[in-house]
Design a protein around this ligand. Structure first.
Ligand SMILES: [Zn+2]
Ligand SMILES: [Zn+2]
Length: 389
């Protein structure tokens, strides 16, 4: 089959690789019909996070059609169209039973690579380095899904692929981020980042009852999406002296009740702090540029909630004292998709959620290296590229 392979830092190529096979009785094989770029892919494409090997197939946000199942699979069958969360869960361990699906104890085949870094290992992820299990990804014609009964969610009749594509990752991550904010009626939620996850967090916050959503980014087309699709008020941080002061002004001096950070280690920013982070990251002295996160911590009201879903490695100058003195609560996780997908599917069927607007560009799998170039440099208003097969 054809697949998009990582061959080194900034070296992606579409190659012919072996077809996946059923290797245990709980597996399914999908024919991928649509798969999309994700900001977190840029971290290993650029070489900021380790654990990639030459020839690894990347991609973790996708929908497909079941073409084969192992003998113990009972809930899906060939011909079913399904969406699958990017984190793989067994459905059976203590963590899965407590709905902490991305922390599954059974789906990381190489825990010894991760435990020295994290103390304990997470679940596995498709197409996302050997640190996260070394599973083959979704930018391919076919893909193996372990624990198919737990992780494959059938797509309701009449719903198109791109309406549910982002239920694989961006939507559950964003909705989880909003859920972490324990939103009460009348509250204001500020969201740093208007990429896929940030926009989904904004829509999630609205559906969960936030009176106001304030979106912060620098790209006009993304800020326009935040206004149009999430009913957000927006701040272009390149056009103001201080996001903190603007947020204070907008909230009567009190600050947002909850702040969602949906940017991660690729954060752009302005000023001396940003230049310092940028230089250190370029020298690989630390991996993260933390401007958005620091700003969110500063801007959050006293006693508020900081919900962090941007992807981070190591960051220095983390304002821990600010969090402590202001009594902030930090909530964070990789997406527990299996908890959120059923509710998201209901929102889609009822017409309350249609993430398909995130697809700004469509192309074939053969063109995927070019798609990643566009996505990385955000050229031509690119928010997400969908590879259609
Ligand atoms: Zn992702
Ligand atoms: Zn599990």
């Amino acid at each position: 089959m054809r697949a998009l392979c990582w061959n080194g830092v900034n070296d992606l190529r579409v190659e012919t690789v072996p077809d996946p096979k059923i290797v245990n009785p709980h597996d399914a094989i999908l024919r991928i019909t649509m798969s999309t770029t994700c900001g977190s892919d840029l971290h290993f494409i650029d070489g900021y996070i380790p654990g990639m090997r030459e020839g690894d197939v990347i991609g973790h946000e996708f929908v497909g059609e079941v073409v084969d199942v192992g003998r113990d699979v009972t809930r899906v069958k060939p011909g079913d169209r399904v969406v699958v969360p990017s984190f793989i869960s067994c459905g059976n361990c203590w963590f899965c039973r407590n709905q902490l699906f991305s922390l599954c104890d059974n789906t990381h085949p190489k825990p010894e690579l991760q435990e020295p870094l994290l103390g304990y290992h997470t679940g596995g992820v498709y197409g996302y380095t050997h640190l996260f299990g070394g599973y083959a990804g979704s930018h391919a014609q076919y893909m193996r899904i372990p624990h198919a009964d737990v992780d494959c969610f059938p797509i309701p009749e009449g719903i198109r692929d791109e309406q549910v594509l982002f239920l694989s990752d961006a939507a559950p991550t964003g909705f989880m981020a909003a859920d972490f904010c324990n939103i009460k009626p009348g509250e204001t939620v500020a969201v740093w980042g208007c990429g896929g996850v940030g926009l989904m967090a904004q829509i999630g916050a609205r559906l969960m009852g936030a009176a106001r959503v304030i979106a912060i980014d620098r790209l006009p087309e993304r800020l326009a999406m935040a206004r149009l699709h999430a009913g957000a008020e927006t701040i272009d941080y390149t056009q103001v002296d201080s996001v903190l002061e603007v947020l204070k002004e907008m909230t009567g001096g009190r600050g947002p009740d909850a702040c969602i950070e949906a940017v991660g280690m690729e954060a752009d920013g302005t000023g001396i702090q940003y230049a310092y982070d940028r230089a250190k990251q370029a020298l690989r002295l630390h991996t993260d540029r933390g401007q958005a996160l620091r700003e969110a911590i500063m801007a959050c009201r006293k006693g508020g909630i900081l919900s962090m879903v941007g992807v981070y490695g190591l960051m220095d100058k983390f304002p821990l004292g600010v969090m402590m003195n202001k009594g902030l609560t930090l909530r964070t996780a990789q997406q527990h998709g299996q908890k959120y997908v059923p509710r998201l599917l209901e929102h889609v069927v009822r017409g309350e959620l249609d993430p398909s607007f995130l697809v700004t560009h469509r192309m074939s799998l053969e063109d995927s290296p070019r798609g990643y170039e566009m996505f990385k440099h955000k050229t031509d208003g690119c928010v997400r590229v969908a590879f259609v097969q």
